[in-house]
Design a protein around this ligand. Structure first.
Ligand SMILES: *Cc1c(COP(=O)(O)O)cnc(C)c1O
Length: 582
């Protein structure tokens, strides 16, 4: 009996828990209104009748609202377990309530003085996320962003600050004949070495400012390097996995590095970043005298849900540091997969593969990490976060703070240390409230994600058994399922046409939604070759089209709902396959 009245974590695809949600929502409104009534209790009440301009035309308001709601009734039903498309699903009740409670406060995180409570909530929420990914929350720093893209930009801003300081020092030393090491070496010298040199030569901030490419611009530095050092100004590169999430070319564009600065590293046959491929790119960058602005590994790739070997990458970078004193910034883009770390906290069965666990377990060795609570955190948009292990990694060339001076507000970011100016506090509030009732451990949030990993395996099995022509990609490290359609001996171009028709069948069907993705042979060559030769075909196209499903909907926890989805999937696919030309 008890359990019937316990609020559920989600409202339900049919609003099954709407009553209970409505009770909580009403309570939220009551308390919010009570705050207004009692805050300045002796003030006179406002009478809208005395200010006609403030009156709402009730029928017009109602009509406009009806129009909006009518429009929204045609929006994609991401709340339904039938939605197996992009990395989105229903949001949780605590996240929704946390988000809505903050809407009434309309707090702006741009400055601590404008939002005292919201600012400390943000710090607490960042600490919770930091602990989830394995950073020590005490020294960790970070803030919420509007999403993973912005969080990635925040990491670039910080990595560039560090690189710029080290390069500026190198230029100063070389100009005065104290060093003949290439600028590449100075660009990765490490803070310890940096501070040694700064103190040895009694350098002040001002001395280095004129050699800061960030402050004087790369053109001026390029002239100086050519005229006085007889060297080319070293343009930095981003080393990212070959599948290059669109946020990296965007970052290069915005920060003025250009398209050519984004270097893709080879993926292995499973579609994960290959540490050997990364090593080759680092060697190439060194040979070309191009400093590495950052190395990016991805935990939960957008295409296949793969988790790059963050541990292997960390080992490689630690080796470079130990043997050659080269410090390369390692950023983990865990926008999608970061929340899977909750399955690693506390005692409980683990559904992730040992390799995935070990990769996620290495996140605390990285210099920065991106998380997207609005994906596997079941938090409403727009909510991303950037987290770094310590204040040193959080520093940026602040607009008003003097160069080299650490922001005094380090623990409480303000407009000057975030790319965004005004920032909503709804995300931190949602993350905070959610973590109170769904702790970021294997007993809480992790239980839900473990369940989605089990459902993913179940649906994978169902799909694989529908027809021999359904060619499953190897199981993903997380909860993404991909497959192509091909008969024995089909060339990849023929398979692409068949897969496209099946995707069209999904689009035309009101039953289910799925997405597609195109894997390019340039990055996924090994994976594609293995798959296509596996069905006896040849690769005669630049890319392989696959159906892609993200299995993150929380309602699939119920077996009978999963079975219903499995049936719809089977029927839709059988019908689509029957339509294919023989
Ligand atoms: C979703 C995602 C992003 C971008 O995040 P937004 O929240 O859409 O800005 C970046 N990287 C990866 C790996 C992602 O999955």
């Amino acid at each position: 009996m008890e359990d019937c009245h316990k609020p559920a974590l989600f409202i339900g695809p049919k609003g099954e828990q709407a009553q209970i949600f409505a009770g909580l929502w009403q309570h939220l409104l009551d308390v919010t209104m009570m705050r207004r009534q009692t805050r300045f209790a002796s003030d006179p009440e406002w009478s809208p009748q005395s200010v006609p301009g403030n009156l709402l035309d009730a029928p017009a308001m109602r009509g406009a609202l009806e129009s909006l709601l009518a429009l929204l009734s045609n929006e994609i039903p991401t709340f339904s377990p039938r939605y197996l498309g992009h990395m989105v699903s229903d949001v949780s009740v605590p996240a929704l309530l946390g988000h809505m409670a903050m809407l009434f406060e309309n707090a702006n995180l741009a400055s601590r003085e404008a939002a005292i409570v919201a600012s400390s909530l943000e710090t607490e929420a960042i600490n919770l996320l930091a602990a989830m990914v394995g950073y020590d929350p005490k020294p960790a720093r970070g803030h919420f962003t509007s999403g993973g893209t912005l969080a990635n930009f925040e990491a670039v801003w910080r990595a560039r600050y560090r690189l710029d300081h080290w390069l500026a020092l190198g230029v100063w030393l070389k100009l005065r004949g104290y060093s003949d090491a290439p600028l590449f070496t100075w660009a990765h010298c490490g803070w310890e070495r940096y501070y040694q040199e700064v103190s040895r030569h009694g350098l002040s901030e001002r001395d280095l400012m004129e050699y800061s490419g960030v402050l004087v611009g790369p053109l001026a530095m390029s002239r100086l390097a050519a005229e006085e050092l007889d060297e080319e100004w070293p343009e930095p590169v981003f080393l990212v996995p070959g599948n290059k999430h669109y946020s990296w070319p965007k970052a290069a564009n915005i920060f003025g590095f250009g398209r050519e600065a984004v270097w893709g590293c080879q993926l292995d046959e499973a579609g994960r970043l290959s540490p050997a491929g990364l090593q080759a790119r680092i060697d190439e960058a060194e040979a070309a005298g191009r400093p590495v602005l950052m190395v990016v590994s991805v935990a939960g790739t957008t295409e296949l849900g793969m988790i790059d070997p963050v541990d292997g990458v960390s080992d490689l970078l630690a080796g470079l540091e130990a043997s050659r004193g080269l410090h390369l910034w390692h950023h983990v883009d865990a926008a999608y997969g970061g929340y899977l770390c909750s399955t690693l906290r506390g005692d409980g069965a683990r559904e992730l593969s040992p390799a995935a666990q070990s990769a996620l377990g290495a996140i605390p060795r990285a210099n920065s990490v991106t998380l997207d609570p609005h994906k596997l955190g079941f938090v409403p948009y727009a909510c991303g976060a950037i987290i770094v292990p310590d204040a040193e990694s959080y520093a940026v060339s602040s607009i008003h703070a003097p160069y080299l001076e650490e922001s005094p507000e380090a623990k409480f970011p303000s407009w000057s240390t975030t790319l965004e100016g005004s920032r909503a506090a709804t995300g931190p509030s949602a993350v905070w409230l959610s973590a109170q009732v769904m702790p970021l451990t294997v007993e809480g949030h992790g239980r839900l994600l473990n369940q989605s990993l089990r459902v993913t395996r179940q649906l994978y099995g169902v799909l694989a058994s529908v027809s021999a022509d359904i060619r499953m990609l190897a199981p993903s490290d997380s909860n993404v399922v991909c497959f192509a359609i091909a008969a024995q001996g089909d060339a990849s171009s023929v398979a692409n046409q068949k897969t496209e028709s099946v995707i069209q069948a999904f689009r035309d069907s009101a039953e289910l939604s799925a997405t597609r993705t195109q894997l390019g042979c340039d990055n996924y060559g090994d994976l594609i070759w293995q798959l296509v030769t596996g069905w006896g075909g040849s690769v005669d196209s630049e890319q392989l089209t696959v159906v892609r499903m993200v299995i993150m909907n929380p309602y699939l926890e119920a077996d009978y709902l999963t079975e219903g989805i499995a049936q719809h999937l089977t029927q839709t696919l059988q019908a689509a396959l029957a339509e294919l030309p023989a």
